[in-house]
Write a protein that binds this ligand. Structure first.
Ligand code: LCV
Length: 259
């Protein structure tokens, strides 16, 4: 594997994001490796997985690989987008996934972390929901992931400002489970993993799926869904979407016009 490291210790699997040159940006190839690792661990009977970045990482993940976003005219976060497949795999795999966070988490990586079952972060961790930074129309199930993790008012603040929030604030609002001193983070995380691994895996797998089904049971009328999809098309067909992506690639501040 080129972009991750996979290890296993008894019933505990560990996946380390390892694409430092691009700050663990979630490219198609990196995501494919994480998905394959989760499927291998699930097939091999692992009972819990820790998903982490390299020890001491300044950036846990810079989010969706902007270089792989379409330049326009196509939904940038459609059903088969790598990020969508990663979130679905985390949510539907039998074993709990614990996100162990050091450093900054950006954009789609925040959704990836929130799709994990438990989030344990070092004090230096930050979380930034960034569609508004790039002019991207986030997708429906992604917004539901955020809404499952924080109140509507907080989701609006995170989405509209695109500003990073601290691990301490994320814990205070219940968006993550624990903030643990950097020097204790690994031991704390793997102690919890061991506790989970010693419990009944079938019971845990069924409760994980029950909670996924129940948490996702939000009525959206077909008309409501189609309206949202139509609004999203306006965004990804807009000048601002092109401008956001181009500005990132040209390493300059975007000049959004609202068109
Ligand atoms: C590809 C990257 C990336 C990257 N992709 O280091 O949520 S949505 O809707 O927005 C969704 C579509 C999404 O997830 O979009 C991506 C959201 N992510 C972000 O907005 C974060 C973008 N990255 C940054 O703002 C900076 O890289 C941070 C602040 C994370 C770190 O800044 P720093 O100055 O330390 P660089 O920007 O120099 O990045 C180092 C290398 O990683 C690449 C970046 O292009 C650079 O590559 P080169 O050295 O080849 O120029 N990189 C960073 N983020 N998301 N590539």
């Amino acid at each position: 594997m080129e972009f991750i490291k996979l290890t296993r210790d008894g019933h505990i699997g560990t996946i380390v994001l390892d694409r430092p040159k691009k700050l663990n940006a979630l490219s198609h190839d990196l995501v494919a490796e994480v998905i394959a690792a989760l499927q291998e661990l699930e097939g091999g009977g692992a009972r819990v997985v820790v998903l982490r970045a390299q020890a001491g990482a300044r950036v846990w993940s810079a989010g969706h690989d902007v270089g792989e976003l379409p330049e326009g005219g196509r939904d940038p976060l459609g059903w088969d987008d790598p990020l969508r497949n990663l979130v679905r795999t985390i949510e539907t795999c039998r074993m709990p996934v614990i996100a162990m966070i050091e450093g900054g988490v950006w954009g789609g990586a925040v959704e990836t972390v929130l799709a994990c079952d438990i989030v344990i972060a070092a004090p230096d961790a930050t979380f930034a929901v960034t569609p508004a930074r790039l002019g991207v129309p986030y997708n429906v199930s992604g917004m539901m992931t955020f809404m499952s993790a924080a109140s509507l008012r907080l989701v609006k603040e995170l989405a509209f400002t695109a500003a990073p929030i601290s691990a301490e604030r994320a814990e205070r609002i219940g968006m993550i489970n624990h903030v643990v001193a950097a020097e204790d983070l690994e031991a704390f995380t793997f102690d919890m993993a061991a506790t989970i691994a010693n419990n009944a895996p079938l019971s845990i797998a069924v409760m994980k799926e029950q909670l996924r089904v129940l948490a996702g049971a939000k009525p959206v009328s077909p008309r409501g869904f189609e309206k949202v999809q139509g609004l999203r098309r306006i965004v990804y067909d807009s000048h601002d979407y092109h401008e956001g992506i181009r500005a990132f690639k040209e390493k300059r501040k975007p000049a959004f016009t609202g068109k």
